[in-house]
Design a protein around this ligand. Structure first.
Ligand code: GLN
Length: 292
């Protein structure tokens, strides 16, 4: 089967079956999972319905679906993230809408969310405020709020387009988040609020990093941060103490090789119990500390 498969099918007015379409997409270089998820999307089925494809393997594709899957397959093969093509991504059990204005939420960021939930579990104060800096799609803020509905969760982003999407996600998930726009802490509408935890997955890739060539579809402002990738992390750490409750935590995601540098910066600014956590790949991916 080759790239003319769809055309031939269409010329003869025979529509390909689901099984044939999946084979054809994989023959053209798509991952099996990507092919399945794209096809489910085109057929209006949820991403969790991969078994549905098997039970309908002899169904013919609707005429309209043939050209749509063709277009999406082409875009996927040029490296566009699957989540931008389907418009959604699963994160910490939530289905989030995503678009090219925001970074696609990554599984390693779930490590950061888990850490936030762990440090909050030991707190019992009445009104607790948590802050997510650079919320993007709203992934971190929404995951925390979904797990701990009593928390007052604030989320800031400098991008209006990102905030619009985060707000839409909050609305469709019926989760109440205090959103505001601005650059890091400067986006806080009320600077007297003290947070029990400040969390961020900021841009952390160095400007000349060769990994960037694989990330051409996502917003650069969400990815890079100065020559060593640490400009935003340095800024956040320097300004966080003014906004953290005594004993509150600052927890940050960073690059695979930045844990030592981030721990050093935290210690230089007076943070205590400075430590790192590994992602599922065993890489030190988040660092944080407590401020008194
Ligand atoms: N906080 C968002 C996320 O974790 C966006 C991060 C970013 O744009 N750097 O997905």
């Amino acid at each position: 089967m080759n790239s003319s498969f769809f055309n031939e099918q269409m010329n003869h007015h025979i529509r390909p079956s689901i099984a044939q379409t999946l084979m054809s997409l994989q023959a053209r270089g798509l991952d099996r999972l990507d092919a399945q998820l794209l096809l489910l999307h085109v057929l209006g089925q949820a991403p969790s319905q991969r078994a549905w494809l098997l039970t309908h393997d002899t169904d013919e594709l609707p005429e309209a679906g043939i050209s749509v899957i063709e277009q999406l397959a082409k875009r996927r093969l040029t490296g566009e993230p699957l989540a931008y093509l389907t418009g959604q991504k699963e994160f910490y059990g939530l289905t989030l809408q995503v678009n090219p204005h925001v970074l696609v939420p990554r599984p390693e960021t779930e490590t950061l969310v888990q850490w936030v939930l762990d440090v909050l579990a030991s707190k019992t104060d009445e009104e607790q405020h948590v802050l997510d800096l650079g919320t993007g799609s709203g992934a971190i803020a929404l995951a925390i709020k979904a797990q701990q509905p009593a928390l007052c969760v604030h989320a800031i982003d400098s991008s209006e387009a990102a905030l619009a999407l985060a707000r839409a996600n909050a609305q469709s998930l019926a989760l109440n988040i205090q959103f505001s726009q601005g650059s890091w802490f400067a986006g806080l509408p009320d600077t007297t609020t003290r947070f029990v935890c400040v969390v961020s997955n900021p841009p952390y890739i160095a400007e000349q990093d060769p990994h960037l060539t694989a990330l051409t579809h996502e917003p650069l402002q969400a990815l890079t941060s100065g020559m060593d990738g640490l400009d935003d992390i340095r800024h956040i750490i320097a300004h966080a103490p003014a906004h953290i409750l005594p004993g509150g935590w600052l927890l940050l995601e960073h690059g695979y090789n930045q844990a030592t540098a981030v721990r050093d910066i935290l210690q230089q600014h007076g943070f205590q119990k400075v430590q790192s956590r590994c992602d599922l790949a065993g890489i030190e991916r988040c660092s944080g500390g407590q401020y008194f």
